[in-house]
Structure formats: C-alpha cells, structure tokens
Design a protein around this ligand. Structure first.
Ligand code: BGC
Ligand code: MG
Length: 550
C-alpha cells in the first residue's frame, strides 16, 4: 500500500456522507475473458475511467456464486465469486486497484433471501426436523390447501411456493427460486453476520444491503390489508403489478429488524471507515422507514431512496415535498438519492428528458443533501435500450410483458467504443445486445467532445467534491416558484444558494442579500448572476457562494 492510499483510508471515516457512489452492474460493464459477460477483471481494467469521473466509491451489484435466475440476486454461496465473474483473487486485485485509485468499494449483500440452490435451503427443505428446518419461512397450508395468507411476490403471483417434500409452503418475496430466510432465527442472523464479517476482513469499505426492510416477516403470518387505488404508486413495482394493491403491513417492515440492524452496525463499527447503505423498498412508508433505519449512529449509515426512481418526472414541487416529509417523519435521516439503477427504466427515457433537462438534473443531484448513486452509463446520458422479446433475459419482464418490459433495457452492455461491433464491451456477442443508439454516444466519442454529457457529469461531480458544503451542509429555505426550485446549503465556512428551473418557462429571481459569486461557471445550463438578480431560461440554473463583504 502506498503512503497516499493509507492516508486516504485512515483519515476519512465519514467518506460516505454526501459521497458519490458509482454503481456497476458487473454482467454489463466489461468482459475480459471473451464469454460475452462482464466480469471482475473487466471492472478492474476500467477502474481508471471510473476514478476519472471523480466519484468517491463504487457499488458492485452481486458477483457471488449464483444460478443467475435473478442475475446474481439469488446467491448460492456468499463467500465465493461466481466463476462467470472470476475468483476471490480477482476480487482482491480489484479492491487493491480501487484503493490505489482512491475509490472505496461497496459490495451488494443479498441477505433477505438465498437461491434455492444454496446448501442451507437444500438442507432446510429436506424434512421438518433437520437443524436448518427453521432457516427459511415454512408454513402449513390452510385447510383448503391454499397458501397461509395473501402475501404477494413482487415478481408475480403468490409469495408462497408449495414444496412437496415437507408438504408445506415457503415464502419468497421475489422469484420462487429466491426463498426468504427466517430472520426470527438467531442462527440465521449469526450466519449472515459471519458472511458480512468475511467481506469486512477482506477489506471492503461497505455494503449495499439489498431489500433491507424485507428481512423480517410477521411471525403470526397475518394477511396484508388492501390499499386504496388512490394510495397506490409505481415507485417499487410497475402499476400493472397487483403487489401495489396491498399495504405491506405484515410481509415486511417489521420492528424486530431494528435490533438486527443494530447487530450489523455493531459488527461494521469494529472496522475502520466502513459504511452500510440499506435499500428500502416501500411505496408508501419508504421515507419513514429510512428515518427509523438511519437516525442516530447505531443502525444504517444511509438508506437508498426510491423517491426519484418512479415513473413521474421529478418536479420542483416533488423535491420540496420529499425533503419536507423527510424532515417531518424522518428527522436526522441520511438518504442516498438516485435517478437510475439496474431495476428501472433509465431516467432520460422514463421522464422523456431533453439534453438540456438531463444536464440540469445531473447538476441538481449533485447539490442535494444526502449521498448520491450514479448508475453506469448515466454519465453518458444513455436512454433505455430497446430489447426485443426474443432477446429478453429478465424473468420479471417475461412475466409482465409487454405492459412492463422488465429490466433488460437498463442492463445492456456499457458502450466504450463507437467503432467496435460490441462497443468495446466484449470480443464476442454479449449476453444482451448492444444498443445501437447508445453506441453512437460511447465513451471514446464523448471523451473527445468537450461539450458532451460525460464532461458535464465530471464537472458536476467536481463541483460537489470541491464544495464540502454540498456534501454535508444543512439544506434549508427550500422554495418553489413556478417550476423553479431553490434552496440554501450551509456549513460553518460557507453558504451556497441553488436555484433550478425544472421547466420550460423563463423565470426571474432575486437572491437574498449577498454578495454572491457564481461557482458553476463551467457547467452547461448554469447562468451568471447580475448582482442579486438572476434570470433562468428553460432548464437553466444558478449555483452561487456567498462571499464575505470586504
Ligand atoms: C434488487 C433487484 C433484485 C431484488 C431481489 C432488489 O431490490 O435491486 O435487482 O431483483 O432486490 O433481490
Ligand atoms: Mg466474462
């Protein structure tokens, strides 16, 4: 380890606060061994590019041993790398290289469920009396043979699957091949904490914790009540999914979870400068649960929010409402915001954004209180790829096609090289087709074009990195006038005023007493101030620092 690296690692225990995390979907980032599927060595090769973006950390979606029914979110061995992605030695090399480049590495722990191929499940399903018989959620049928209650799987149908060996149902919140672990068993909790310890010992800087609010289910297996149509929203599951018709009172969000999260945090805190990012998926109570999970110092460091991942474009009013709610019901919460990820339609397409709008949203994301996740290819302004039914891989898409096309359109290979047949991703035909539209805006081309979206993202990230107030300052005086959202970010040293026009109408603004100095001069869409006055055209914005009077 060189001096610079050890300094970086030792000093910055709060690196996650306001940090920018770049999400890598390993299947689709870079193939290194010519099998058309991305892998760990491929990621390592591309780390200098990731570091050049100026981000603080990477989060790698699961690369553990898996039958890949849910592309790695179905783990059959938590302590090994799937051969498709490489080996543990490849992971160690990745980690070392990332640290040399000043990047933290977060891995994606899928603790709520395993694959049905995990040895724990094979043992548990064998009979009702084996030592792991209660490691999963088993329940007898109702007298008429139907499932124990009305819980639904997000991926379609009942959350209960019949198993003829035990003549019982087992619970799965996702695919039938993803049986849900029983967190009411302390042996299960211990085994999972051991898993986390294994990776902490290997030197990972943190965890993205998959479906963290699904860990516990109601012990009494009570049925969920229905949810009125006007309360439904498509932030977790598409609107055609009946999962939205229930209030998930009993199938997730159980109070016992807090105690487990405290155990997990206690373990993580035995290591220096590690961070936990919990994914909280709940269409109604997401922010409230985020508050419960991140307030104080003894649960999660931050929670991943779905608020800006929904189908409706993020408006000025919406941002204000989200922060107001967070400050009311989740005071002290630490959110991690994202516009895109491997589960949703890329936001340029989802919100039908113009080039200017896309750039403005990038700048906005870098100015918000909380931490930030960027999804691979977001920095290129990629739109959703069109994947034909015949090329579809995602079981979720196959189930709800064509009203919901699944998640393949945001998982197509990263586009590195415009000229290359496979966009520089692989030397052979990739597991999902390269999008021709995306290839036209590949990395190599954008690197050479000073006005590209890629360079804009770099500048927006750099702004956040050079103004610590944008990472950890308070955020207040949030105001909405027409489509303009404005707010202040403040810490002991600095005050920053931000105003974003998230619409097409011109707007004029008078800033509070200054003097103010424009700090976003090189960002596309940012405008100059005239004294305390600023005029914002369509999708323009202003970011200004208050200067001490001479
Ligand atoms: C992940 C999905 C995955 C699901 C089940 C999530 O929320 O992000 O990709 O299918 O959990 O593990
Ligand atoms: Mg490969």
């Amino acid at each position: 380890m060189n001096v610079q690296t050890s300094k970086h690692l030792a000093q910055d225990t709060d690196w996650w606060q306001g940090g920018v995390i770049y999400q890598i979907y390993p299947r689709s980032f870079q193939d290194s061994n010519g099998d058309g599927v991305g892998d760990l060595q491929g990621i390592t090769q591309r780390l200098p590019y990731v570091a050049s973006l100026g981000v603080d950390a990477i989060w790698i979606s699961p690369f553990f041993k898996s039958p890949m029914k849910d592309f790695g979110y179905d783990v059959s061995d938590y302590r090994d790398v799937d051969p498709l992605f490489g080996s543990l030695a490849d992971f160690d090399a990745l980690l070392t290289r990332a640290h040399e480049l000043g990047l933290k590495v977060m891995i994606d722990l899928v603790l709520s469920h395993t694959s049905d191929q995990h040895p724990w499940f094979s043992e548990s399903r064998a009979n009702r009396s084996n030592p792991k018989s209660d490691w999963y959620v088993w329940a007898d049928p109702q007298p008429d043979g139907t499932p124990p209650n009305n819980w639904l799987s997000i991926f379609g149908g009942s959350a209960w699957q019949w198993d003829s060996r035990r003549e019982q149902y087992y619970l799965h919140n996702f695919l039938t091949s993803q049986p849900d672990l029983n967190f009411h068993s302390s042996a299960v909790q211990d085994a999972l904490l051991d898993t986390a310890r294994f990776w902490l010992e290997r030197g990972v800087d943190g965890f993205r914790l998959d479906t963290i609010n699904f860990y516990f289910h109601d012990k009494e297996l009570r049925s969920n009540p229905p949810l009125a149509p006007e309360e439904r929203n498509g932030s977790i599951a598409p609107s055609v999914n009946p999962y939205n018709h229930q209030r998930h009172l009993y199938s997730k969000n159980q109070p016992e979870n807090l105690v487990f999260l405290e155990r997990l945090r206690g373990l993580t805190d035995q290591y220096n400068a590690r961070a936990c990012l919990g994914e909280v998926g709940d269409a109604q109570r997401g922010l409230e649960i985020m508050g419960e999970y991140t307030q104080g110092d003894d649960r999660m460091h931050m929670c991943y929010a779905f608020e800006f991942l929904g189908p409706d474009p993020v408006t000025a009013q919406m941002v204000k409402q989200v922060f107001n709610r967070l400050d009311t019901i989740g005071k002290g919460a630490w959110a991690c915001w994202a516009f895109s990820n491997h589960d949703v339609v890329r936001h340029g397409t989802r919100w039908q954004l113009s080039d200017a709008a896309l750039r403005t949203y990038a700048a906005l994301l870098m100015c918000l209180r909380g931490s930030v996740c960027l999804y691979q290819g977001e920095e290129l302004g990629l739109s959703e790829a069109d994947v034909a039914f015949d090329d579809l891989q995602d079981p979720y898409g196959i189930e709800f096609w064509p009203e919901f096309k699944g998640r393949d359109g945001c998982r197509t290979p990263m586009v590195w090289d415009t000229q290359d047949e496979n966009a520089g991703f692989a030397s052979v035909k990739p597991w999902l087709p390269v999008s021709e539209t995306q290839r036209e805006i590949a990395v190599d081309l954008q690197e050479r074009a000073p006005g590209s979206v890629l360079h804009h993202y770099r500048k927006a990230i750099a702004l956040r990195e050079t103004l610590p107030v944008l990472k950890t300052g308070t955020q207040d005086r949030m105001d909405v006038a027409a489509d303009v959202l404005s707010f202040h970010r403040t810490n002991a040293e600095q005050e920053v005023f931000c105003a974003f026009n998230l619409g097409e109408e011109n707007a004029a603004l008078t800033l509070p007493d200054g003097p103010w100095e424009n700090v976003a001069t090189d960002l596309d869409g940012a405008v100059e101030l005239r004294g305390n006055q600023v005029s914002l055209g369509a999708w323009e914005y202003c970011i200004a620092v208050k200067r001490e009077e001479q």
